[in-house]
Design a protein around this ligand. Structure first.
Ligand SMILES: Nc1ncnc2c1ncn2[C@@H]1O[C@H](COP(=O)(O)OP(=O)(O)OP(=O)(O)O)[C@@H](O)[C@H]1O
Ligand SMILES: [Mg+2]
Length: 392
């Protein structure tokens, strides 16, 4: 008996190792887990639910071929059915037969519960103790299970899922980084083209006009001094315009208020300039935060976009802007009590503001989070490394 157990444990171990050393992709790992668990427990069917922290529920993510159609269809809250009970209490539930007699049992037509009399639910926990999911094994006949094998299976499977999760997160991060680099270079190119066109169409044209005015002034200087003075006047006006154009172009690259005033006063000025009228402003902006210059630009641009969004979409009565240090980070918060929205709903192809903000912040080694829900306001929080925090 013991020998048989050792053999099945060995097979399980080998299977998990094989799943781990394959390409590590979550879908493939879950598929192998179903086979391994069915094999290790000798059940007739197996399903695996993963915990979806964002939606507070267990989602059926993998199943034996006979229950494949339930994948993605069954969602359970904590405490719902035997599976939800196992997840909530983090305890293995073993029902050798007549599961209908167990008050925790709930019938799910998608899972063809009528076919099986025996079931087990085994919670899968991460090393941190967090819930990863639950696997269930169903059997047509009465079945007794070895708790040790179940626990070993659970810990190996949890390890495999955690590993695949990390692998997936890493792969996604890598892809996001590559995409970000590509878009940043593209954005830089576009920005250069735009600035070049602006200088060409603006300042260069004005300098040419100034040149002609000065030429005309020079020609009339001896013959018609009044005309020369008019030409000079026109040239002076053009110089003013050119200066203004040049300033605007420079402002687009780095807001000059940041150099003139510093971040905190620049944020206050921005808020007062854009949010006028009925909106009550609650400014809690610290003057002494220490930030690298390029991170100041990031926070200023985020605040600009967040405030523009508030003006365009929120219909808010109160707006709060806070800036403070939380070493080694600096935190910027822009919140409003307006209409809110569902940040999880995919963004439209025409909306770049939030995506751009997130990208800017993450390129600077920071994090941006959006908390919002329809009718419940919006809070944008940015955490960015301060001076000395850049290596963290
Ligand atoms: N403070 C807010 N209050 C309510 N809805 C908001 C707020 N901020 C953003 N939204 C919603 O999120 C969507 C996406 O915002 P985002 O800034 O990415 O794009 P946009 O403002 O529509 O366009 P743009 O690319 O010009 O910024 C908006 O269309 C709006 O529906
Ligand atoms: Mg926007």
């Amino acid at each position: 008996m013991e020998e048989a157990l050792a053999v099945s444990q060995n097979r399980l171990l080998r299977g998990v190792i094989a799943a781990l050393t394959s390409n590590g992709e979550l879908g493939a790992v879950l598929g192998s887990v179903i086979d391994l668990v069915t094999d290790a427990t000798g059940g007739d069917a197996c399903v695996l639910h993963l915990w979806d922290a964002a939606h507070d529920c267990l989602v059926l993510r993998a199943a034996s071929p006979s229950l494949q159609s339930a994948v993605g269809e069954v969602r359970l809250r904590l405490g719902e059915g035997v599976t939800g009970w196992a997840a909530e209490h983090r305890q293995v539930v073993v029902i050798p037969e007549d599961k209908w007699a167990d008050p925790r049992y709930r019938y799910f037509p998608e899972l063809h519960g009528e076919r099986y009399t025996s079931m087990i639910s085994v919670p899968l926990l991460a090393r941190s103790g967090d819930l990863l999911g639950v696997f269930n094994v169903h059997a047509r006949e009465r079945r007794d299970y070895d708790l040790d094998v179940l626990k070993l299976t659970a810990s190996l499977v949890a390890g495999a899922i955690e590993h695949a999760d990390l692998f997936q997160a890493l792969a996604e991060k890598e892809a996001a980084l590559a995409g970000m680099m590509r878009r940043t270079i593209q954005a830089q190119e576009e920005e250069r083209r735009r600035v070049a066109t602006e200088i060409h169409d603006g300042v260069t044209q004005q300098l040419v006009s100034i040149w002609y005015r000065l030429l005309a002034c020079d020609r009339s200087l001896d013959t018609d001094r009044a005309q020369a003075a008019r030409e000079l006047e026109a040239a002076k006006l053009l110089v003013d315009e050119a200066l203004e154009e040049a300033r605007n172009a420079i402002h687009d690259l780095r807001p000059s208020v940041l150099d003139d005033l510093g971040l905190a006063p620049a944020l206050r000025a921005l808020a007062h300039r854009q949010l006028t009228g009925e909106t009550t402003l609650d400014l809690d902006v610290a003057d002494d935060v220490a930030l690298p210059a390029h991170h100041e630009v990031v926070l200023y641009r985020v605040a600009q976009e967040a405030i523009t969004n508030i003006c365009r979409h929120a219909n808010a009565r109160r707006v709060k802007i806070a800036l403070y240090e939380e070493r080694p980070h600096v935190v910027l918060v822009v919140g409003d009590d307006g209409g809110g929205f569902d940040p999880a709903a995919g963004r439209s192809r025409m909306s770049f503001g939030l995506a751009g903000m997130t990208e800017r912040v993450s390129l600077a080694g920071g994090r941006l989070s959006v908390h919002s829900a329809p009718g419940r306001g919006t809070v944008i929080t940015v955490l960015i490394p301060g001076v000395g925090g850049e290596q963290q």
